[in-house]
Every structure is written in C-alpha cells, then in structure tokens.
Ligand binder design. Structure first.
Ligand code: UDP
Ligand code: MG
Length: 319
C-alpha cells in the first residue's frame, strides 16, 4: 500500500446539487500532481442525497472516502472529524460548494513543499455573496482581531493546507466549541498565505443562516478572549463613577439650592438604561458559563454512524 500524501477534507451539509461536480473537479485537479491522495467527505447529517452520491463514488474509486455523522454537528466539527481521520502528510480543508477554487490547492501545495507548515487562503474578493454577509464577515474578522492576542489573519476561512505535525497537535486540542481557524493560528508553526478570489457558490444555497453565523462568531470570540468580560467590568466601573457624580449633583441641588427636581421621567430612564446594561452583561457571562458547562460534560465532539473507504486500509494494516 502506498501511503497517501494528501488528504482533502470536504465537509458537506445538504450539498446534493454540487457534490458530484465538486468530487470530479477535485479529482481532476489532484490527478495533475501524480501523487497519492485521498478525498474525505464528511456528511454532516444531510437530509438529502449527498451521502448516497458519495457512497456511490466510493464503490468505484478507492481514493474517495466518506465519514457519515449520526446527525448535524456543524461545519467546524465536520472539519475536525476529517482531520482526525486524515492519513496524509498534508491535509487540505475545502468547502463542498466550489467557492474555494480547487486550483488554489496546487498553490498551497507548492508553498508546503517550500517548507511552510500552514498555508491559508486569503480572500481578496468575495463574489456572489450578499452585501450583508460581506459586511458582517469583514466586521467580525476585525472585531476578532481587536479582541484576541492570537494573530488570527483577517479575511481567511477554513480553506487551508496544514502539515501532518500541525494536524497532530490540533487533534490533541479537544475543546468543544471549536473555532478551527483560530486554533490553527494559536498553535503557531511556519504559516503563510496564498491569495485567491472567492467564487460564487456553484449550486445550492448557503448553509450558514444568520443564526449559525452569530453562534460561530461567538465561538470565535469566546474561545480566544475574555476581553468581553473585562469590558463588562470596565463599563461597570465607569457607570458607577458617573452615577456617583450624578448622586452628588442631585444632593447638592436638593440641600443647597432647594431645587426639587421632577423625578419620574429621569428615574424611569435611568432604571431602563441600567437594567438593560445589566442584562446584557449577564448575557456575556452566560456565554462563557455555557461554554464551561459544555466542556465539563466531556461528551465526544461528534458521533460517526458509518465510514466508507477506510476499511481496506485498516485491514491492510492488520495484515
Ligand atoms: N457545512 C457543514 N455543516 C453545516 C453547515 C455547513 O458541513 O452545518 C458545510 C457546507 O456543506 C460547506 C461548508 O460547510 O461545504 C461551508 O458552508 P457554506 O458554503 O454554506 O457557507 P458560506 O460559504 O455561505 O459561508
Ligand atoms: Mg460556501
């Protein structure tokens, strides 16, 4: 058995419209290298034909493999599973929808051969995405950078190549609410980027609705920074000082100038303002506590229902 050199990881969630085409395209690009590789598709609980389509390809092509999750665990955990199962010396993570052009993988591999351990794709331009998505994404990356001490490069997704040794280190990090691109930055090693233009989705629609985007953003920030908690205490401190000054003002007015202030409106306004702020700060704490709770349960990150294409290797090793 020849050892595979490259493992391509493709997470998929309801991607039946594109997946066959993606698979063919990946094979076409990787074949041009003439080096052994594997394509690992992770079916993240799709409710369509995605898994069956890949299963069909697995039967004909032993380089194509499938990890079938028991339900939808999310994009980041799908990637994590792929990384755990990958056998290659270099591991490339790519989206199933051809938004990350497969040809860029060749540029990443060239950088890897130069000796870099991580090569991430930097988006110069994003085509075919809504104004809202582009603006919020761009704001998020900059907010994240200002919040954390880890150098997480802006405008990069999970489209990247990582060396075997980086992958081994990452698989030892078992945190639950994973923000993979942050973890990759956190581990260090020699990192570089290749620039590319993010294409339009080939077919189908985005699997990241606003709800998932928000929870993804919160995972990113809370996994790498407790600045929100610090900001909460600074804000509390500043508001206390201001309140104290205001207290002195009204007391002086009352005692020395006999200026009886009409109260209702200001009391209601102050109450609403402060209660709102307190609730927000409680929510911030809740985000962290919820994540501590997740860690403490120590459940597995994902559950695999079935794998296809890995068996032969295991048998070969046993022999
Ligand atoms: N994806 C996944 N699980 C999910 C959501 C998305 O595996 O719960 C996969 C999806 O199939 C795709 C990749 O993650 O391969 C990126 O998702 P998508 O293209 O919908 O995100 P966008 O490019 O719109 O940010
Ligand atoms: Mg996409």
């Amino acid at each position: 058995m020849t050892r595979v050199k490259y493992s391509i990881i493709v997470p998929m969630f309801n991607e039946e419209a594109v997946i066959t085409h993606t698979c063919a395209k990946l094979i076409e690009v990787m074949d041009s290298l003439k080096e052994p590789y594997e394509l690992i598709f992770i079916n993240d609980g799709s409710r369509d034909q995605s898994a069956d389509l890949i299963r069909g390809i697995c039967l004909q092509d032993s380089r194509v493999k499938l990890i079938d999750f028991s339900r939808n665990f999310g994009h980041q955990l799908a990637i994590t599973a792929g990384m755990d199962y990958a056998g290659g010396d270099a591991i490339i993570i790519i989206d199933a929808d051809l938004q990350d052009p497969p040809e860029v993988m060749l540029a990443m591999i060239a950088k890897w051969k130069e000796g870099y351990d991580v090569v991430y794709g930097k988006r110069l331009q994003r085509k075919g995405e809504t104004w809202f998505k582009k603006t919020t994404a761009s704001m998020f990356y900059r907010l994240l950078r200002s919040m954390t001490n880890v150098e997480i490069p802006v405008d990069t997704g999970d489209f990247r190549l990582i060396d075997r040794k980086v992958n081994d280190v990452l698989s030892r990090l078992k945190e639950k609410n994973r923000f993979v691109r942050g973890l990759v930055s956190w581990v260090g090693f020699r990192q570089t980027s290749v620039e590319y233009v993010r294409e339009e989705r080939f077919a189908g629609e985005t699997k990241y609705p606003l709800r998932k985007m928000i929870s993804f953003a919160l995972d990113g920030i809370t996994s790498f920074s407790y600045k929100p908690l610090k900001l909460a205490s600074y804000l509390g401190f500043i508001l206390s000082v201001l309140s104290f000054i205001y207290l002195v003002v009204v007391l002086v007015q009352k005692l020395f100038f006999d200026g009886q202030m009409p109260g209702w409106t200001s009391i209601v306004a102050i109450n609403l303002l402060f209660n709102g702020i307190i609730l927000i700060l409680l929510g911030v704490m809740g985000e962290y506590i919820g994540r501590i709770y997740d860690e403490s349960k120590d459940r597995p990150l994902y559950i695999v229902r079935e794998t296809k294409g890995f068996e032969e290797e295991a048998e070969a090793e046993a022999r």
